[in-house]
Each structure stands twice: as structure tokens, then as C-alpha cells.
Design a protein around this ligand. Structure first.
Ligand code: AMP
Ligand code: ZN
Ligand code: FE
Ligand code: FE
Length: 282
């Protein structure tokens, strides 16, 4: 008698990952390779303000790994910046592409403003150099900092933040941000479901009801910023409020020294099915 095929009993998913299309250092194909090595069943590509890493990941996965088209949006709420994750987006829809292109243009205008502010310090870099580092996806201050280091104006990216582009440094320009409701609306209009990313980083629990009232459908309980205890608390909160639960490593690759690796934080595959169901329900 032939032995029963061994089926993976514990299929896991990492639902928070960045690529070279935002501020990660893995190309979509490299990300997929890491995920396969970690024996994941599914990943979500969640670049900041950009979905252009998704097709490359889908192609590289070649059916061996499920790739959920995702995004991570920055929103302003009560004077701080929060992150909202979107899952199961229709990344091909023209309206979605147009909204994302507009966000990208805003990023480019802001980067150019910071580049202009660097000129009095004798620093000359081009927007193109900075954009190239994000594959013309979602470039931001991390990319500008890296260019300043590569060009020898500073020794490290940290020094670039400290001297020039950190929140209180002279060449910093604020970034345009969405409201929680408009981020949720965008994700919904793209056919996706939204979840509040790593709430422990910035959000006291007292803020959660108002955020959820904006239409957020889920909460990222599992994240490297959350201890086991914190994650369990959010999972319970989600259960009590009929919210979806998500989680992932938020791996960015090599730019962040000792940062999380792909697959270091995962959720059961059943959570992916719940996300897909919620997205399909509308
Ligand atoms: P942006 O969205 O373009 O404003 O860039 C924000 C990102 O810059 C953050 O997610 C951090 O990765 C990075 N960042 C901000 N401040 C610092 C800092 N002082 N040192 C190093 N990285 C920083
Ligand atoms: Zn990031
Ligand atoms: Fe985030
Ligand atoms: Fe992230």
C-alpha cells in the first residue's frame, strides 16, 4: 500500500511585507524565494502606497505560493501618523491605478521640495536618483537618506535624518496624508478589506472605537512590535468587535539592521480565507 501523501497541516501566511517598490530591499521575486524557504502558504505584498510589486511576486510564485495583493497606507489621526493595511485589492482597476498614481505624484513633489532645501547645504542630488531606488514605486525619506549616504554627503542614512531630513531637521517637508475614512474608502473602492496596522505602535486602546467607526474591518494583532501578550489582547479585541485578524513580519529586508525576516511573524492560513471571504462579500 502506498503511503498517504503528507499534507502540510499547519499552513501559515505572512501578511505584511515590503519590496523594492517601496522601502524594502527584496525584489518581488526575492521576497517570494524567502517565503518559499520559510515554507509559507501565502504572503501579502503590502508596499507603502504602491501595488506595482504584486505582479512580479505573482509571476515568481508560479502557483507555489499564494500572493495576496495588498498595500499599506499612511493616515493622519489626532496628530499622529497611523498605518492602514489593505488586502485583496483589484490592482488592475483603472480607478485604483489613477488614485495610486496621484499619491505617487504627491510623493515626488514632496521629495523634490526636500531636495531643493538641501541645495543651500551644497548638496545636489536628483529626484531620478531617489526614485530609482524604489523602482519608481513609493519613494520616501529612506530612499533620499540612502542617496545622500551613497553620494558621500553623510556617512550613514541615520546621519542624513539627524542632520537634514528627520522630523525636526531643516530640510524636512511634511508628507500629505489621508484620513482614516478616506483610506478605508479607497481600499473598499479597490474591492479590498482594510485593517489597522500594528496598533500598539501609536494607538491607545481608547482611540480604537473612533478608528473602527471609520470603517476599518480588521486589526493587525500579530506584528514584531507586539509581544505575545499584546497580540492576544488585540486578537480578543477583534473577536469581541467582530473584526478580522491579520498579522505579519513587516519585513523590509536589509536596510533595517537586524530587522524582521520573511515568515518570522505569521498567521494561520484560515485568516487568509476570512480576508478573502470578507472581500468577496461585497
Ligand atoms: P516618509 O514616509 O517619507 O516620511 O519616511 C518615513 C520613514 O523614514 C519611516 O518609516 C522610517 O523608516 C524613516 N525614518 C524616519 N525618521 C527616521 C530617523 N530619525 N532615522 C532613521 N529613519 C527614519
Ligand atoms: Zn516601510
Ligand atoms: Fe507600518
Ligand atoms: Fe509596513
Amino acid at each position: 500500500m502506498s503511503p498517504m501523501p503528507v499534507l502540510p497541516t499547519d499552513r501559515r501566511a505572512d501578511l505584511h511585507l515590503h519590496t523594492t517598490f517601496s522601502d524594502g530591499t527584496f525584489s518581488p521575486a526575492e521576497l517570494v524565494r524567502e517565503a518559499l524557504q520559510a515554507q509559507l502558504a501565502a504572503v501579502a505584498v503590502t508596499d507603502h502606497d504602491c501595488v506595482d510589486g504584486v505582479p512580479g511576486a505573482v509571476a515568481a510564485a508560479a502557483g507555489h505560493l499564494e500572493v495576496i495583493p495588498g498595500i499599506e497606507l499612511t493616515v493622519a489621526f489626532r496628530g499622529v501618523e497611523l498605518h492602514v493595511l489593505g488586502y485583496c485589492l483589484d490592482v488592475e482597476a483603472p480607478a485604483v491605478r489613477e488614485r495610486l498614481a496621484a499619491m505617487r505624484r504627491q510623493r515626488e513633489v514632496r521629495l523634490q521640495q526636500m531636495i531643493d532645501r538641501l541645495k543651500p547645504y551644497g548638496i545636489t542630488v536628483s529626484l531620478e536618483e531617489v526614485l530609482r531606488l524604489s523602482e519608481h514605486g513609493a519613494a520616501g525619506r529612506p530612499h533620499l537618506a540612502r542617496v545622500l549616504a551613497q553620494r558621500g554627503y553623510v556617512k550613514t542614512a541615520e546621519e542624513a535624518f539627524a542632520r537634514f531630513i528627520g522630523d525636526t531637521a531643516p530640510c524636512f517637508v511634511k508628507r500629505a496624508t489621508l484620513t482614516p475614512a478616506s483610506a478605508v474608502e479607497f481600499i473598499r473602492s479597490a474591492g479590498g478589506v482594510s485593517a489597522l496596522a500594528h496598533p500598539a505602535r501609536f494607538v491607545p486602546d481608547a482611540w480604537l472605537p473612533e478608528l473602527l467607526a471609520a470603517g476599518l474591518q480588521g486589526i493587525e494583532a500579530y506584528h514584531p512590535d507586539h509581544s505575545r501578550q499584546v497580540a492576544d489582547r488585540y486578537r480578543q479585541y477583534a473577536e469581541d468587535h467582530h473584526l478580522l485578524v491579520t498579522g505579519g513580519s513587516d519585513a523590509h529586508g536589509a536596510w533595517k539592521a537586524n530587522g524582521p525576516t520573511v515568515g518570522s511573524v505569521t498567521v494561520p492560513y484560515a485568516y487568509v480565507e476570512q480576508l478573502k471571504q470578507a472581500a468577496g462579500r461585497r
